[in-house]
Design a protein. Structure first.
Ligand code: PEP
Ligand code: MG
Length: 313
């Protein structure tokens, strides 16, 4: 066994031999950002809370104020703001979207901008304003990313809309298999990727993410899912750009070592999951993480993958 370091309740994510894997926070409100967490930044700021259950869009001031508050809570750190992930399955009356038979496969996430481009533009304007307002005091620039990006063309169009507003760090969530398969092409347009394993599992295994009966198919240890993560991470390493994981899977300590071994550069999760993941990384060298990744990829199924990695030592 290699040298083991004692886990700490805070501090950056590192393997036992010092390879960095950023430990980031998933948040869904300004209050989440202001609670102490020991995270290195925000890997996923779900902006839906600004819009849910409303009859009219939030004002420019309201939006810019919320983004500025989160940026101020993490001075100098990376804060990734995700643009609105609306869909016809979410109650957003002000969007006036017609109901759909198959909302998960319909006009959701970035696709809403096809019908209502002004909603995305208003959000990007507010993020740019928050960046300008806080830039001098925090020394940082927000990162901005779109949900449900499916093609490199969509990535390019989102990037263009963000960059004309002075936003310099633009990325996409990888939640659709097509986006994972073309991760290299997406990264020609973008500065980073963030893998949303919740939706990526749903769309890769054709299984509703809420469907309890299909839990085995939705298991993030599924080797086919890990292969898509590997593909994204390899594209990131080749391009020299960050590729993180921000789905629930990032909070599984043993799976975190697999992700690190695949080349993922950050893991984003809820505050309560951070210590165990930090601990698991600190107990494995990068080589051990790579070995875990190989074992998981080669396994016949999720249970076998978990068992193979857990059984190593
Ligand atoms: C995901 O799909 O993995 C994700 C992080 O986004 P959400 O859970 O908000 O759909
Ligand atoms: Mg998602």
């Amino acid at each position: 066994a290699g040298r083991e370091r004692l886990a700490t309740a805070s501090g950056p994510g590192r393997t036992s031999d010092g390879h960095p894997v950023k430990l980031m926070l998933n948040i869904g409100s300004v209050a989440d950002a202001q609670a102490a967490s020991g995270a290195e930044g925000v890997g996923l700021f779900r902006s839906e809370f600004l819009y849910l259950g409303r009859r009219s869009a939030p004002t420019h001031e309201e939006q810019a104020g919320a983004y500025a508050a989160v940026l101020r809570a993490f001075p100098g750190a990376t804060v990734v703001i995700r643009t609105l992930d609306a869909g016809t399955d979410k109650p957003l009356p002000f969007l006036g979207l017609p109901s759909e038979l198959n909302p998960a496969l319909g006009v959701r996430g970035l696709r809403v901008a096809r019908r209502r481009p002004e909603v995305l533009d208003a959000q990007l304007d507010a993020i740019a304003e928050a960046a300008a307002e806080t830039g001098a005091e925090t020394g940082g620039q927000p990162w901005v990313m779109a949900p449900m990006v499916t093609t490199a063309e969509e990535a390019a169009s989102f990037a263009q809309r963000a960059r004309v507003r002075g936003l310099t760090c633009v990325g996409a969530m990888v939640e659709v298999p097509a986006a994972a398969l073309h991760a290299d092409r997406l990264l020609r347009e973008l500065d980073f990727l963030s893998i949303g394993t919740n939706d990526l599992s749903q769309y890769t295994f054709a299984s509703d993410r809420q469907h309890g009966e299909l839990a085995d198919l939705l298991d993030p240890w599924q080797p086919a899912l890990l292969e898509l993560v590997a593909r994204c991470a390899e594209a990131g390493l080749a391009a020299g750009k960050p590729v993180g994981v921000c789905g629930e899977a990032a909070a599984d300590p043993l799976l975190a070592t697999v992700f690190a071994g695949l080349g993922v550069t950050s893991l984003s999760m809820s505050a309560r999951s951070l210590p165990a993941v930090r601990d698991a990384l600190a107990r494995h060298s990068l080589d051990q993480c790579r070995q875990n990744a190989e074992l998981a990829l080669a396994a016949t199924g999720p249970a076998a993958a978990r068992q193979a990695v857990a059984g190593v030592r």
